[in-house]
Design a protein around this ligand. Structure first.
Ligand SMILES: *[C@@H]1O[C@H](CO)[C@@H](O)[C@H](O)[C@H]1NC(C)=O
Length: 419
C-alpha cells in the first residue's frame, strides 16, 4: 500500500470535518444536519465573494445564479411531504398589484358567494435573497392556502443590489394597499375583516413596517386584522443585545452577516461594518438618538431577566460622528419598526411573534412583542427553546428540521384560530 494517497485522504477528511464542524448548544436537535446546512451556506457565500473579488459581478447575484433551477422545488417539496397531508388543487397565478409582482394562491374551496380569509406574505432573505416563487417560500404559501382555506398573496418585492431601502418597503406597501382595496378583495372573494400581513426575518421587518403604516393611514378603509411576524428583524441601533452576543456565530445567520445585510439595505458603505459591530453608530454623542428613542429598544427594561442574564449594555460615549446623518435609514421607522412610538404601536393589529432561542434576532422580536403589549395590543409570543434562525424554511425536503415543522405548525394554528 502506498502511503501518500492514504495521507492525502486523511488530511482532506480532516479539513472537510474541520470546515463543517461548528460547536452548537446542546438544546439544538439534529446538530449534524444543521452543521452541514451551515457549511453549505458558508461555502456558497465564500465562492460568491471570491467571484465578486475576481470581478464577476455582485456576490448576491452569483448566489442567486448558483441556486437557479430550484423554481420547481416548492411544488416538488410539498408533493414529497406526504406527512403534511396536502391535497392538490391550490390555484397559483402570477400577476402584479400596482406594478409589484405577486404570486397568488387560491384554495380549492370557496370562491363564488363565499368569502375567504387572506394572508399577504413577505419572504425573508436579508432584503437580498429569496423569492416568493422558489423553494420553501412557494411550499409554505401552498400549504398555508390549503390548510387555512385562505387566499395567500406572496409578494415578489425587489431586492438588493437592484434596489435598496426604501424601495423594497414601498413595493410591499403598494402591494398591500392594492390588495386591501374593495375591488381587489372582491375580485379574490376575500373577507375584508380577515386579512393578515405576515413575513419571516427581513420579511417580518417589512410586515411590521407595512402594518404600522396601514394602521395609521386614515385613508385606508380596510386594514389588516392581524400581523404574524416570524423571527423578524426590527432595529439596527444595538448589535449588542444579549441575543446578538449569545448567538453571534450561530448558523445560519451570524451577527456579522446580519449587520452586512443592514448596511446593504440602508445603502451604507460596507466599510462601516466594524463601526456598527462596535455600536459606535449609536453612541451617546449622536443627538438625533433621543433618550426617548433609546428607551424603545432598551433591552435592560424590555427583556425578562431570563433573557437579560448578566449582559451589560454597550453604549459608546463618543463613537463615530455623523453616521446617523450619513445613513438616515438607521432612524427611520419604516426600516426599524421597533423605533415606532406607542401611539403608532397602539393602532397596530393583534400580533403573533415567533422567536427562536438561538437567533441573533431573538431579542428584537421579544422587545417588539413587549412594546406592542404595553401599547395595548393583544400579542401571542411563541418562543422555541430549541429554535434557530430560519428553521421554518428548512422544515421541508431535504432538510426536514423537526423544530421547523413544529414552528410552522404553531404559526398555522395561530392563524387558524385568530384570522
Ligand atoms: C469607535 O469610536 C471610538 C471613539 O471615537 C474610536 O476610538 C474607535 O476606533 C471606533 N471604533 C470603530 C470600530 O470604528
Amino acid at each position: 500500500m502506498r502511503l501518500l494517497p492514504v495521507v492525502v485522504t486523511l488530511l482532506l477528511t480532516a479539513a472537510v470535518a474541520y470546515y463543517i464542524y461548528t460547536p452548537l448548544p446542546d438544546a439544538i436537535q439534529e446538530p449534524w444536519k444543521l452543521m452541514l446546512l451551515d457549511a453549505g451556506f458558508r461555502a456558497t457565500m465564500q465562492v460568491a465573494f471570491v467571484k465578486q473579488w475576481l470581478g464577476f459581478g455582485n456576490y448576491i447575484q452569483s448566489i442567486r445564479s448558483s441556486t437557479e433551477g430550484v423554481e420547481g422545488v416548492g411544488v416538488a417539496v410539498v408533493g414529497f411531504d406526504s406527512g403534511w397531508g396536502v391535497k392538490p388543487g391550490v390555484r397559483v397565478s402570477d400577476t402584479t398589484f400596482d406594478g409589484v409582482s405577486v404570486r397568488v394562491y387560491e384554495p380549492p374551496a370557496g370562491g363564488e358567494g363565499h368569502l375567504r380569509r387572506a394572508v399577504m406574505y413577505f419572504h425573508g432573505g436579508g432584503w437580498a435573497l429569496g423569492s416568493a416563487k422558489k423553494g420553501s417560500y412557494d411550499a409554505i404559501a401552498r400549504l398555508m392556502s390549503d390548510e387555512l382555506n385562505a387566499v395567500v398573496v406572496s409578494v415578489e418585492y425587489r431586492l438588493y443590489p437592484e434596489v435598496r431601502f426604501p424601495e423594497p418597503y414601498l413595493d410591499c406597501l403598494s402591494a398591500a394597499k392594492f390588495f386591501l382595496s374593495p375591488e381587489a378583495l372582491a375580485r379574490y372573494s376575500v373577507d375584508p375583516e380577515r386579512v393578515a400581513v405576515s413575513g419571516d426575518s427581513a420579511g417580518g421587518n417589512l410586515a411590521a413596517a407595512v402594518a404600522q403604516q396601514i394602521s395609521t393611514d386614515e385613508s385606508m378603509s380596510v386594514k389588516f386584522s392581524v400581523q404574524a411576524l416570524i423571527y423578524p428583524v426590527l432595529q439596527a441601533l444595538d448589535f449588542h443585545t444579549p441575543s446578538y452576543l449569545e448567538n453571534q456565530a450561530m448558523p445560519i445567520l451570524s451577527r456579522t452577516l446580519m449587520v452586512q445585510f443592514w448596511l446593504q439595505y440602508l445603502d451604507a458603505e460596507p466599510s462601516l461594518l466594524h463601526l456598527l459591530l462596535a455600536n459606535n453608530h449609536s453612541s451617546l454623542h449622536q443627538s438625533a438618538i433621543t433618550p426617548e428613542l433609546r428607551a424603545r429598544l432598551d433591552w435592560t427594561v424590555l427583556l425578562p431577566p431570563k433573557y437579560r442574564k448578566n449582559f451589560k449594555p454597550v453604549v459608546v460615549e463618543t463613537g463615530s460622528q455623523g453616521v446617523v446623518k450619513e445613513v438616515p435609514g438607521l432612524l427611520d421607522v419604516r426600516a426599524a419598526p421597533l423605533l415606532a412610538g406607542p401611539e403608532v404601536l397602539g393602532k397596530c393589529p393583534r400580533a403573533y411573534v415567533l422567536t427562536c432561542e438561538y437567533d441573533v434576532l431573538r431579542d428584537d422580536g421579544l422587545m417588539y412583542a413587549r412594546r406592542l403589549q404595553d401599547a395595548g395590543v393583544t400579542v401571542t409570543n411563541d418562543h422555541y427553546d430549541d429554535g434557530f434562525h430560519g428553521c421554518i424554511s428548512f422544515s421541508f425536503w431535504p432538510t426536514h428540521f423537526k423544530v421547523g415543522k413544529r414552528a410552522l405548525r404553531g404559526y398555522f394554528s395561530w392563524l387558524q384560530k385568530n384570522l
